[in-house]
Design a protein around this ligand. Sequence first.
Ligand SMILES: Cc1ncc(COP(=O)(O)O)c(C=O)c1O
Length: 406
Amino acid sequence: MSSAHSSFLFPREQVFDWNALALGNHHRDQAFPFGACKRYLFLWARNAIFHGLTALEISPGDRVLVPAYLCAAAVEPILAHGAQVDFYNVRRDCRVDLPDLESRLGPKTRALLVVHYFGFPQNIQQIKQLCSRFGLALIEDCAHVLNGEFEGRPLGSFGDIGIFSWHKFLSVYDGGELVINRAGRDLRVNWTPERSLFTLKVARNLLGSRASASGKNLSKFQSRWIQRANSALRRLVSNSRQTQIRSLNLNDPAFDPHLVNWPMSRLSRWILDHSNVSEIVEKRRRNYEFLQERLTRIAGIRPLHSRLPVGVCPLVFPVFFEGFPNAHLSLRQLGIPATTWGFVRYSGVESGVFPDADFLFDDLVFLPLHQSLEENHLKMIVGAVETVIHCRTGTFQSREVRLEAL
Ligand SMILES: Cc1ncc(COP(=O)(O)O)c(C=O)c1O
């Protein structure tokens, strides 16, 4: 079976949509995601991790504990900073395995990184207490959080630093944020000025996502205008001699030290400032509830979480196809952009060392639920899941079969 399908039945990512912006007088609430001491907007969250270690005064040779179930993009900046990485177990329900974590603390362990997977909070209060007990800095990785809380307090505000990845939720090309929650900590970044070609690339990407979407909400004139502007920008970018920007691919999970001082682009900041976050949260929650309600009726399907807690904004719909590893490959053949974390796994952890992480990398499938999906898309997802469950060993060769199956 092939591992990827290039033409999906609906957009893989959320599509840029003017209607999703709150224009007029609206401006990002300065307290969003919460009123942190210091905040820095980077190209992406991995840069925020790198600089966050400087803010925490982590020195070369210090050790940072990170979960074994993690993408390379969060591990590589720590190594690039000069720190050593140790891993701790995450249970099959994606909860931090506290006894295992404690057993891996050593004399040089200085910091602990914890992930609120897919936007669902860990018991971060308990983890914070453990950090205080052992004198560790807490890195609260909120790359999967748009907003959310634990016991009434915003996620990202528990750690000494918090990391956010806005491009995962908003229809922006780039954007991650570092928040520093400890007073007195400061950071000097030698920012790389934004190049005009990069601004054009960001604009092209926005128009590209709009142009490839269905003509929804667009007149013929608007569609044609967008397609022309998109082609002109694509030509400009691809003819440029600035190879670094031309070849920059923000879907690449690798950490690139040449980009470490790049700020979030101006255009993406503008969109972040004007995004209607509460509407996005509401739409994602609605999409999650729809999938939850339909998928739990299917035998052999088990969502990672049995309910969506109040205030959680899910990144994806995480689900197990019981006894059926890598079920996302079959879903992709049906045109559904499902995925797992298998393809972004950090290669430094051999399989077999953390069996729970191995299981999650292979078996935990992420179904899309982004805010630009409508009910018909969600029904397609449910239909495809049913088809995959019914034809567990089947392959879906032709588009006709794919559509028929839906
Ligand atoms: C848990 C976690 N932390 C950090 C990152 C890095 O985010 P970014 O792609 O914005 O650099 C990712 C990326 O997927 C992630 O999943």
